[in-house]
Each structure stands twice: as C-alpha cells, then as structure tokens.
Write a protein that binds this ligand. Structure first.
Ligand SMILES: C[S@@+](CC[C@H](N)C(=O)[O-])C[C@H]1O[C@@H](n2cnc3c(N)ncnc32)[C@H](O)[C@@H]1O
Length: 211
C-alpha cells in the first residue's frame, strides 16, 4: 500500500525530517554538555528562548552577541519548527568561526545567517522587521540597541535581553547598562516587561502597540 507523507506547510519538512533534526540537535547539545566557556547562556535560558518562539510562532529573529552559538542553537532550533530564520551578530572572529562550526554540527546552519560585524553599526543597518530579539552583547549598549530596533520590531513581537536583574517596576536597581535599559523599557507604555530570574536573568518585553 502506498503511504502519503505530507510536508509541513511552514517549514517544508516531513515528520521524518523533523525527528532527525531534533535528534541531531539533542545529540550535539548532550555531547557538548556544560562545555560552553565563552560567556554563553545556561541551558535553562536556552529553553526559555525556545519556548517563547514556539509559543508565539515567531519567525524573524535577531540575536546580538553570538559568541560560540549556544543561545543561537536554541533560537534556531525553535525557528526550524516555525519556519523562521535567525540573524546573529558577533564582532569576534574566533567565536564567530566556532559558532559556525557548532551550528553545522547541530544541523541548524540553514536557519542561521551569522554575521561577523560590529553590532553598533549593523543593528542600525538591518532593515527588519523582526518579531523576536535576543540582546546579549555589550551591556552598556543595551539601551541603544533597543532604541535602534524598536521601529523594526513588529507589534506582538518580543525583545529579550540577558543578564538582567529583577527589580520592581519603576525601580532602578540592577547594574550598569542593564539597569539603564530596564528603566527605559519599563517606562514605555506600549511594552509589557517581566524578568525571568531562573537562569542568568532574562528580561522579556512584549510590544503591545506601535506607540
Ligand atoms: C555574552 S556573549 C554572548 C553569548 C551567546 N549569546 C550565547 O549564549 O552563546 C557576548 C558576545 O557579544 C560580542 N560583542 C560584544 N560587543 C559587540 C559588538 N559591538 N558587536 C557585536 N558583538 C559584540 C562578544 O564578542 C561576545 O562574543
């Protein structure tokens, strides 16, 4: 008897494709274990980013600060299911090259456009639009990155940032550039911000209206 196998309309993948990609990513992450030594996020934060993308069906993601690719793998893994793509930026050539190798080993290269560039400039130049952003590069620039991305973030989209310490809404708290960023974004009435403190501290800001 002939079996009909349907491909997913969003991703073009058959169920077999999906299973084998999941296996490949899991195998890579398991083999890598805790050997993420380049300021990478902990696994729990990777799972958090993954869940946000799946829950909201995000498709056009931007990451600032690739390092060797741990967060990029979690983000791209989720995008492989939504039919999306990630642009990720790092200024360091060594880490950028290692990230490219890691993306390949995890089987996720086709979902990632990794740029070797200064994000201060490239973030301004990228046209967008984006529906998911993860900011994890130079902390003193967090507010500037957000200001540049805000007009290119879709309503319903989400801007996340790493190493954010939870402070009461309206409170300053936190440290350095992260505190300046958190205070700024919490002052915007069209964004709704919470902080997840389970891992390295991730702020999650949903854009609820254009202005
Ligand atoms: C905390 S690490 C990123 C970790 C990564 N998100 C992960 O979890 O695997 C920060 C990275 O930001 C990069 N970075 C710092 N300043 C930058 C800039 N101006 N443009 C692009 N990348 C920058 C650094 O080279 C470093 O690799």
């Amino acid at each position: 008897m002939m079996m009909l196998v349907f491909a997913d309309l969003a991703t073009g993948q058959t169920p077999d494709d999906k299973n084998s990609l999941d296996e490949k990513v899991r195998k890579f992450l398991n083999e890598q274990g805790n050997r993420w030594y380049d300021m990478n996020i902990p696994e729990s934060d990777g799972q958090l980013l993954y869940d946000l993308i799946i829950k909201n069906n995000y498709k056009s993601a931007l990451e600032i600060g690739t390092s060797t690719g741990h967060s990029g793998i979690w983000i791209a893994w989720a995008l492989s299911k939504t039919g999306g793509k990630l642009i990720t930026i790092d200024i360091d050539e060594g880490r950028h090259k290692t990230a490219l190798e890691n993306f390949k080993k995890a089987g996720l290269s086709e979902y990632i456009d990794a740029r070797l560039a200064d994000a201060h400039k490239l973030v301004k130049d990228l046209p967008g639009p984006f529906d998911f952003v993860f900011s994890d590069a130079d902390k003193e620039w967090y507010k500037n990155y957000f200001v540049d991305i805000d007009p290119k973030l879709k309503v319903g989209g989400c801007f996340t940032a790493h190493n954010i310490r939870d402070v009461a809404p309206g409170g300053r708290g936190g440290y350095g550039g992260q505190a300046e960023f958190l205070q700024y974004i919490r002052g915007l009435s069209n964004y709704e911000t919470t902080v997840n403190s389970r891992g390295g501290g991730v702020s999650i800001s949903y854009k609820r209206a254009a202005k």
